[in-house]
Write a protein that binds this ligand. Structure first.
Ligand code: AMP
Ligand code: ZN
Length: 460
C-alpha cells in the first residue's frame, strides 16, 4: 500500500486512486529560458520517483509535464521582467530560446534516466484554452478587468489558503509591495490572469488576441488549463518544488476550483530544495550548476541521481562536490559488484518486501538504497541478487540491468588482447603478457588470473 505525504492535508495518507484503471499525474515542468539547474532536476527526479512508484504498485499512469514558454515573470511581482523575453528581440528569438532549452531539458531527463511523460504540453500551444478559462472566471464573478490586466479576485474564493494553511488576513497583509501598482487592482493579493500589451508591456514580444485586447497569459493559468485538458478534474496527483506551493499552486487551485466547483487534485506532493553552500540554488542567485557542468568534471549523471536518492524528498539536500564524489564511488562499487553476478536468478521476497515497505512509506529512498546494499552484502546467490536488484531498479533507475549487460559485452578488440595474453603466458613471455595487461586496462577492463585462465571484468 503506497502512502504519500499530502501537502493539502499536511499528513501522510494512503494513496487511493480516483479511478482504479488510470492515475492522473501532473508535474509542473521547467521554464525554458535557460538551462535547468540541478535543483530543478532534483524536483524532476522526484516526479520520476512518484510515477515509477505508482507503476511499481500496479497503477497505470498518465503523466503530464508542462513546458512554460510564456508568462513566467522574475520574482512573483505582477509587473516584472518576463523571463522568456530577457534576451529576445523578436517572436522568432523567443521561440528559438524556448526550443533550444526544451531540447536541453529533454537531454537532461534522458541522462538522468527519467522516464518520459506521456505528454509535454507547451503553454504557448494552449492560449485558447487559457483564454476560455479566464472567460469563465469572469462570467462566474471570480475575475475582473482593469486597463492593464485581468485579475483573479481572491476575496471571492474563501478557501484560497487551503494549500499553505496560512491565515488569509495574514496573506493579504503580507502581500508584496509592488513596484508598479495598477490603481484598479482591488487587492494586492489578486493575481494576474491576462496581461494586456499596454503600459509596461506595450512592447511585449509574445502576444495573442483576446476578448480583453492583445496580451499574454499570467503564469498560473497554463497549468489549470492544460491539466484540465489532459487529465480532467479532479485528477490524482500534482507535484512540484516546495516554492510552488505559493503562489503558483495556490493560484492554480483557485482558478480551477472556482470554475469547476470540484477539487483540482487529490494529492499534492512538494519536493524540498537542493541547496548549495546552505542556500537555495537558483538562477537568480547566480549560484547554480547545470548537469553538464557535473558531466564536464567527469561525473556520471546517474551519480547525481544516486545522490538525490540518498536523501528523502522532503528534506533539504546540500550539494557539495564531496557528496557527489561519494555518490559516484558508491554507484561505481554497486556496478562493480553487479558486473560479477550470474544471470537467470529469482527475486528474493524478503528483500523485495523491505524495499517495497521503504518506497511505499512516502518514498523513503535512503532506506530503499540501504536495503539494496544489505542485499549486496548478504549470502544469497549472486543470480538472485541480480534479479532482485533489477526489480529495485524499476524505481531507483540506476541502469543496473544495462550495466550488467554492458559489462558482459566485451568488445572484440579487448577479447583479442585477452587471447593474445593467454598465449604470451603459455609461451612464458611475461614481459609481453604484462604489456598486454596494461593495454587491456587502458581500454577500461581488468584481468583477474584464475585457474581457468584470465577473467575479464569491466572497470567502474
Ligand atoms: P522553473 O524552471 O523555475 O519553473 O522550476 C522548475 C521546478 O524546479 C519547479 O518545480 C521548482 O519548484 C523547482 N526548483 C527550483 N529551484 C529548486 C531548488 N533549488 N531545488 C529543488 N527544486 C527547485
Ligand atoms: Zn504549474
Amino acid at each position: 500500500m503506497l502512502k504519500l505525504f499530502n501537502s493539502l492535508s499536511r499528513q501522510i495518507e494512503e494513496f487511493k486512486p480516483i479511478s482504479p484503471d488510470q492515475v492522473g499525474f501532473y508535474a509542473c515542468g521547467p521554464t525554458v529560458y535557460d538551462y535547468a539547474h540541478i535543483g530543478n532536476l532534483r524536483t524532476m527526479i522526484l516526479s520520476d520517483l512518484i510515477r515509477r512508484s505508482l507503476e511499481y504498485n500496479g497503477f497505470a499512469v498518465t503523466h503530464i509535464m508542462n513546458i512554460t514558454d510564456v508568462g513566467h515573470l522574475s520574482g512573483d511581482q505582477d509587473f516584472a521582467e518576463d523571463k522568456m523575453e530577457k534576451s529576445a528581440k523578436t517572436p522568432e528569438d523567443v521561440m528559438a530560446i524556448a526550443e533550444k532549452f526544451t531540447q536541453v531539458f529533454f537531454d537532461d531527463l534522458k541522462a538522468l534516466n527519467i522516464l518520459p511523460a506521456d505528454k509535454y504540453p507547451k503553454a504557448t500551444h494552449h492560449i485558447q484554452e487559457q483564454v476560455d478559462l479566464i472567460g469563465k472566471l469572469i462570467e462566474k464573478g471570480f475575475a475582473y478587468e482593469s486597463d492593464e490586466a485581468v485579475y483573479f479576485d481572491v476575496a471571492k474564493f474563501p478557501s484560497y489558503n487551503q494549500l499553505t494553511g496560512q491565515n488569509l488576513d495574514d496573506m493579504l497583509l503580507g502581500a508584496r509591495q509592488e513596484v508598479v501598482r495598477d490603481p484598479k487592482k482591488k487587492n494586492p493579493i489578486d493575481f494576474v490572469l491576462w496581461f494586456k500589451a499596454v503600459g509596461r508591456y506595450q512592447n511585449h514580444i509574445q502576444r495573442w488576441p483576446s476578448p480583453w485586447g492583445e496580451g499574454f497569459p499570467g503564469w498560473h493559468i497554463e497549468c489549470s488549463a492544460m491539466s484540465a485538458k489532459y487529465l480532467g478534474q479532479p485528477f490524482d496527483i500534482h507535484s512540484g518544488g516546495v516554492d510552488l506551493k505559493f503562489p503558483h499552486h495556490t493560484n492554480e487551485i483557485a482558478q480551477s476550483e472556482a470554475v469547476s466547483g470540484v477539487a483540482l487534485a487529490k494529492y499534492w506532493i512538494h519536493g524540498e530544495f537542493l541547496l548549495i553552500d546552505q542556500g537555495k540554488m537558483a538562477k537568480s542567485e547566480g549560484n547554480f550548476l547545470t548537469l553538464k557542468s557535473l558531466v564536464d568534471k567527469g561525473f556520471n549523471p546517474l551519480a547525481f541521481r544516486y545522490l538525490v536518492l540518498t536523501s528523502h524528498y522532503r528534506s533539504k539536500l546540500n550539494f557539495t562536490w564531496d557528496s557527489l564524489t561519494a555518490a559516484q564511488n558508491a554507484l561505481n562499487n554497486l556496478y562493480s559488484e553487479v558486473s560479477t553476478f550470474d544471470p537467470n536468478g529469482k527475486t528474493i521476497p524478503e528483500y523485495e518486501q523491505k524495499f517495497n515497505d521503504a518506497i511505499n512509506n512516502d518514498l523513503e529512498t535512503p532506506q530503499a538504497l540501504a536495503t539494496a546494499w544489505d542485499l549486496l552484502k548478504s549470502e544469497h546467490e549472486s543470480a538472485d541478487k541480480l534479479a532482485t536488484l533489477i526489480e529495485f531498479d524499476k524505481i531507483l533507475g540506476l541502469k543496473i540491468q544495462e550495466t550488467w549487460e554492458n559489462s558482459h559485452d566485451v568488445p572484440d578488440s579487448v577479447q583479442k588482447l585477452v587471447a593474445e595474453r593467454e598465449q604470451a603466458r603459455k609461451d612464458k613471455d611475461f614481459a609481453r603478457s604484462d604489456e598486454l595487461r596494461k593495454e587491456i586496462e587502458s581500454q577500461g577492463y581488468t584481468l583477474e588470473d584464475t585457474l581457468d585462465g584470465g577473467k575479464i571484468k569491466k572497470k567502474f
